[in-house]
Design a protein around this ligand. Structure first.
Ligand code: FE
Length: 205
């Protein structure tokens, strides 16, 4: 191995190890140089925390659970269906594919190449989503990954589908509606939907 590739892999390792410190360092540098104001950073973070986040996805899921026609449109064309709820998907994303869990199929999303994620509906990705361990185990041994890291047991008779995201196609899991929620309102159902269930590392039913 040459010196160049050694230092390149070291850089990658550092990046994986402490993204938070890196972000803080970058922010102070940019602020110091007057390229970025602290207010602008707070604005962006606030938007992702409060306006864009898994609560958008939860709204989409609760609507699908209560409106079969919406569900059909959602599974058919995710971008068009979420637009009905005023959710705008990034221009570069060509397709938002919503994959539906059922009693015999469980779905899991990953980006094996980097960290593509359905930002428009789930907000900021969790740190573990971007780790090399999650990205490789989701493909190599998804059942063990779900059991060991998320306490989620996928029974042997349930097939497990893994969807690899990329810059053009993003995936979101439509979890099964939990049993015993027949009388629940759309707003009540929304509260039951977790980010992890929409990634597929958790089951609600
Ligand atoms: Fe990616």
């Amino acid at each position: 191995m040459t010196d160049t590739s050694d230092s390149a892999s070291e850089t990658t390792d550092l990046r994986d190890r402490d993204p938070e410190a890196r972000a803080r360092a970058l922010q102070s540098l940019l602020t110091e140089k007057g390229l970025l104001s602290a207010d602008a950073v707070d604005d962006v973070i606030g938007t992702y925390e409060e306006e864009i986040g898994p609560q958008i996805g939860a709204k989409v899921v609760a609507r699908a659970w209560t409106d079969p026609e919406f569900e059909e449109r959602l599974l058919d064309d995710g971008i068009a269906a979420v637009a009905e709820l005023d959710v705008q998907v990034d221009d570069e994303v060509m397709e938002l594919r919503v994959v539906e869990n059922s009693p015999d199929t469980h779905n899991l999303i990953v980006c094996t190449l980097c960290s593509c994620y359905p930002w428009a509906v789930l907000g900021l990705p969790p740190t573990w989503y971007k780790t090399p361990a999650y990205r490789s185990r989701a493909v190599d041994e998804p059942r063990a990954l779900l059991r060991e890291e998320f306490d989620t047991e996928i029974p042997d008779d349930v097939s497990l589908e893994v969807w690899d995201s990329n810059s053009e196609i993003r995936y979101m899991v439509l979890p099964q509606r939990p049993p015993g929620t027949e009388g629940a309102s759309e707003d009540e159902l929304r509260e039951l939907v977790t980010r992890n269930a929409m990634i597929g590392v958790e089951r609600l039913a």
